[in-house]
Design a protein around this ligand. Structure first.
Ligand code: COS
Length: 386
């Protein structure tokens, strides 16, 4: 839904207040305890954050991509673990259902996804299939009006809280690539589905990733999303949108870190004056601002084009590559400006430094984004459209 400027500004303002008043005060606690407090989750539900991408008729806010990115940029201005609570409902966990689900499937699950009563998760990656997603091995073999799933999914965000999973599995065992893959909605209580223990991670404590294991899990054929053999394309379309969303979250973190750098360097004195007045530090801050502004412009342009119905596969990859790499540089500069204080945990800067590292890995590594960009250029050239 396209929002008028006033309604959109009010929504952004609400999210900003939620971030500063509810999330920021408990950032350190979440980092230490590896859990987001229930009152924060409840506040997110109240704000409707779980359903921002869900169509209105299923109880969501149905934001256009431009507004979703603005919201994600606000949510990024605190520990990314908070965004992750609703992140899979907003993005990769629910998008297959939203984009390709049947009316019946949507009615069954989307209202719960929108309210946050159902947590949706996206299960593509496997122990032997990360960047090469089309090489996935989880099998789905037809048995009457069910499919029997066997295999293991790895590093699945929110798996330990999920009520339903969008699972990509191979339905054609004679076709080893993308064409043999189908997508399913699999409910958590399906017999034969189990979830492993949360992994210990470098950062984003409070957000969890686990294995999801299928041992003869019987999934109704009615839970297939799109047609048999279309699951890989479903996953890639989901990721096109997810990559824009992640770019916005990363850029939100960059904005926060720039604020931290400026405020700290105006206060902290060395050589008889605030360190901000040392031009070498100004350069670090200025580069951070220029790169963050560039990322913001890319995100807004790509989001508007998606809203206008354009294919944004290449733009989403350009944006994710640039925004997440820029965020990594900004976090590194923030540690540099804080000096020793950036390396100890009291100031929270080292936590952000660890938190942002995953942005360059998940939903497609920077190298995968480069491959997609180059391929899309070659495709356009061959079609005479470059
Ligand atoms: N939207 C729709 N369809 C797409 C698509 C997209 N963005 N990208 C690819 N496809 C289609 C292709 O058109 C192709 O279909 P046709 O054969 O009918 O033309 C099919 O999907 C296979 O695509 P492709 O040949 O490009 O697949 P590859 O295995 O060569 O590689 C990459 C695809 C590398 C781009 C893909 O595996 C990828 O994105 N990997 C990273 C996975 C990832 O992000 N994992 C993170 C997990 S979630 S945290």
């Amino acid at each position: 839904m396209a929002f008028d400027a006033e309604t959109r500004a009010a929504l952004i303002d609400q999210v900003r207040r939620f971030v500063t008043e509810t999330c920021v005060p408990v950032e350190a606690q979440v980092g230490d305890e590896d859990a987001v407090p229930q009152h924060v989750v409840d506040a997110m539900k109240e704000l409707g954050l779980f359903g921002i991408a869900v169509p209105e008729e299923y109880g969501g806010l149905d934001l256009d991509m431009e507004t979703e990115c603005l919201v994600a940029m606000e949510l990024g201005q605190t520990s990314p673990a908070f965004r992750s609570v609703a992140g899979t409902n907003i993005g990769i966990g629910s998008q297959a259902l939203i984009l390709f689900g049947t009316e019946e499937q949507k009615q069954k699950w989307l209202p719960g996804v929108a309210s946050g009563d159902l947590i949706a998760s996206f299960a593509l990656t496997e122990p032997e299939a990360g960047s090469d997603a089309a090489g996935l091995k989880t099998k789905a073999v037809r048995d009457g009006d069910h499919y029997i799933l066997n295999g293991t999914k790895r590093y699945i965000t929110n798996a330990n809280k999920a009520d339903l999973f969008t699972v990509m599995a191979r339905t054609n065992q004679d076709e080893p690539g993308a064409k043999g893959v189908s997508a399913f909605i699999v409910e958590r209580d399906t017999p034969g589905l189990s979830v492993g223990k949360p992994e210990k991670k470098m950062g984003q404590q409070g957000a969890h990733i686990c294995d999801v294991i299928f041992e003869n899990a019987r999934v109704p054929a009615a839970n297939m999303i799109a047609k048999e053999g279309e699951g890989f394309k479903v996953a890639m379309s989901v990721l096109d949108k997810g990559r824009l969303h992640i770019s916005a979250v990363a850029t939100g973190v960059s904005k926060r870190l720039i604020r931290e750098m400026v405020n700290y360097s105006l206060e902290r004195k060395q050589f008889g004056k605030p360190i901000f007045e040392h031009q070498m530090l100004q350069a670090l801050i200025a580069d951070s601002q220029a790169e963050t502004y560039a990322a913001e412009c890319m995100i807004m342009d790509a989001a508007r084009r998606r809203d206008a119905g354009e294919d944004i596969t290449m733009l989403a990859s350009c944006t994710k590559l640039f925004a997440t790499e820029a965020c990594g540089r900004v976090a590194d500069r923030a540690v540099q400006i804080f000096g020793g204080a950036g390396y100890v945990s009291d100031y929270g800067i080292e936590r952000f430094y660890r938190d942002v590292r995953i942005f360059r890995l998940y939903e497609g590594t920077s190298q995968i984004q480069q491959i997609i960009i180059a391929r899309e250029l070659a495709r356009a050239a061959k079609a005479g459209k470059l």
